[in-house]
Design a protein around this ligand. Structure first.
Ligand code: HEM
Length: 281
């Protein structure tokens, strides 16, 4: 049926085409403006100094609009909903586990104290400081084990192949895997697989999650940066909390139905002496 709709350019196929063209135009505008900026005499005089991903791809060889459009669209799609989904579930889990939040805060404060001792008086943490926060890393990873931002995924097989365990896969087959179910399998994680326990990722027993996401490092740095800024300065209380687990909404990513409304209060620290309160979702 969809083939006929596509041929006649009507209904859902027409809407799909229009939506793709809106996204492509958006990406093209970003690319044109960045290329223009890079060609400007001021930037040319200073040499290459743009550190962002798009500028690096432009400088790195294939700078055709089509190639760059695919890069921009895949990074926006792969990078936006995933990290926001992970952080939403992470903050809900923290609201249920003040003991875990306290350990994260202790880690943040100890890195802060050391940095200040070295004369680094900055509002946010740098790359190396964030990388040192192992407990926070483990807590975010544990949240993604229980609530994986990509709860299931499929790959298309281009040619006959054999999986590492000997299973044969034919050309044209789809191979699907289910991180949500895998993250809750007792045979892999033990009988406490339903429990939020960041400690399981600390030490040599940690399990590698593979290296298939190109944005993995960037995602951790983004999430840790946001988590440290919020946890160091504010407490988040789930508005109307205590009602059990929020409802899940299954799309490409694992979202929380209606978001997570929270009441934010400034922590009483030497940096903030006047607590204020705000509800956001
Ligand atoms: C919590 C955050 C994230 C999660 C859970 C996640 C998860 C995933 C998963 C499951 C895949 C598919 C891997 C496969 O089956 O081959 C993937 C691929 C990918 N991700 Fe992420 N991702 C995250 C953040 C990001 C960010 C921030 C970016 C970029 C800014 C990004 C860029 C990509 C790209 C480009 C691919 C495609 C890789 C390829 O085609 O080989 N991701 N990601």
């Amino acid at each position: 049926m969809w083939k006929l709709k596509r041929l006649l350019n009507v209904g859902s196929e027409r809407r799909l085409k229009e939506s793709i063209s809106t996204v492509d135009d958006f990406a093209r505008r970003i690319i044109r403006s960045r290329k223009k900026e890079l060609r400007s005499p001021a930037v040319a005089a200073e040499g290459f100094r743009h550190q962002d991903l798009l500028s690096r791809f432009i400088a790195g060889g294939d700078d055709s609009d089509e190639f760059l459009r695919d890069i921009v669209v895949s990074f926006i799609l792969a990078g936006r909903e995933t990290t926001s989904s992970a952080l939403t579930w992470f903050f809900w889990l923290l609201s249920e586990r003040p003991d875990v939040e306290r350990k994260i805060l202790e880690e943040i404060r100890s890195v802060r104290t050391r940095s200040e001792g070295e004369g680094k008086e900055k509002e946010s943490f740098g790359f190396e400081e964030l990388r040192e926060m192992n407990y926070l890393h483990a807590a975010i990873t544990e949240a993604m084990r229980l609530y994986p931002p990509v709860p299931f995924n499929s790959s298309f097989c281009l040619a006959d192949d054999v999986l590492p365990d000997g299973t044969k896969v034919g050309k044209g087959w789809f191979v699907s895997y289910h991180p949500y179910a895998m993250g809750r399998t007792a045979a892999v994680w033990g009988e406490d697989c339903g429990e939020f326990r960041p400690e399981r990722w600390l030490g040599p027993a940690g399990i590698s999650a593979g290296e298939t996401c190109l944005g993995k490092e960037m995602a951790y740095i983004q999430m840790k940066s946001i988590a440290t800024c919020l946890i160091e300065k504010f407490t988040l209380e789930v508005a109307g909390g205590g009602g059990g687990r929020p409802e899940m909404l299954l799309s490409l990513t694992l979202r929380m139905k209606d978001g997570l409304p929270v009441r934010i209060r400034e922590r009483a620290t030497p940096r903030s002496s006047s607590p204020s309160c705000k509800t956001v979702s």
